[in-house]
Write a protein of this length. Structure first.
Length: 244
């Protein structure tokens, strides 16, 4: 792991155009391992779906397990970028490379943090039925609630915290920061380079709204996830070169 200090030196904020470059960098990185990255992200989405079928605790469990799998994918991308090969087994590398407690703490901060924002907005808009349907998994008891509008109210608010926290796993896995310092470092980086992160946020929001536009367009989430993971790694590498 690299030895990057917790407090990076002050740098000139990057221009807004860098956000568009990050989008393209993610596509270029994905192009290096197109099928493998797609299938690994599909496996992560499948795991999330299956876990959420477990009554009462399934959703909470998925918000802990899925970030661990995503950390493994980032480790696989790092291996590929360094001239190695992205392995199928990289999904579990998050648990192999770091002690269990820090990985679980980061997963909780990252996965549950984003979900808490989503669930909080849905609760404010729809009250307790939204909590019972989503968090506790009793969707069939609230069938009238299961509409496209409800999906958008639930999912779209997660885009902002997702962007703010997106660098946290890279800072923890590659730079050796503690989970808390990784989360704070990710938020600070987004604040410091607000213009390109704002552009990247708008691009993600546009793609996410396209995914939710029609029932059949939801299949595009299969392509959104690998692109997002590739972008996350590409942004970390770019900021590391800029601020290191």
């Amino acid at each position: 792991m690299s030895a990057i200090p917790d407090r990076l030196p002050a740098t000139t904020p990057l221009p807004a155009s860098r956000g568009l470059r990050w989008c393209l960098d993610g596509l270029r990185l994905w192009r290096r391992v197109p099928l493998r990255l797609f299938l690994l992200c599909f496996a992560q989405l499948l795991a999330e779906t299956l876990l959420q079928l477990i009554p009462w605790v399934g959703v909470t469990l998925s918000k802990l397990v899925v970030p661990v799998l995503l950390m493994g994918i980032l480790l696989g991308l790092d291996e590929q970028a360094r001239g190695g090969r992205m392995r199928w087994a990289c999904l579990l590398d998050g648990l192999r490379r770091r002690p269990f407690a820090p990985v679980l703490a980061l997963a909780a901060s990252w996965g549950l943090g984003v979900f808490a924002v989503q669930q909080g907005v849905a609760w404010l808009a729809y009250g307790w039925p939204a909590v019972d349907a989503v968090w506790l998994g009793h969707a069939m008891a609230h069938r009238a609630l299961m509409t496209p509008t409800f999906e958008r109210v639930l999912l779209v608010p997660g885009v902002v915290p997702s962007i703010l926290l997106m660098l946290a796993p890279c800072l923890c896995l590659f730079d050796g920061r503690s989970p808390w310092r990784a989360v704070c470092g990710s938020v600070r980086a987004a604040w410091r380079h607000a213009a390109p992160f704002g552009v990247f946020l708008l691009m993600n929001l546009a793609v996410f709204l396209l995914v939710l536009a029609k029932p059949w367009t939801f299949v595009l989430v299969l392509f959104l996830t690998p692109w997002s993971m590739a972008c996350t790694y590409a942004i970390w590498r770019d900021l590391r070169r800029t601020e290191g």
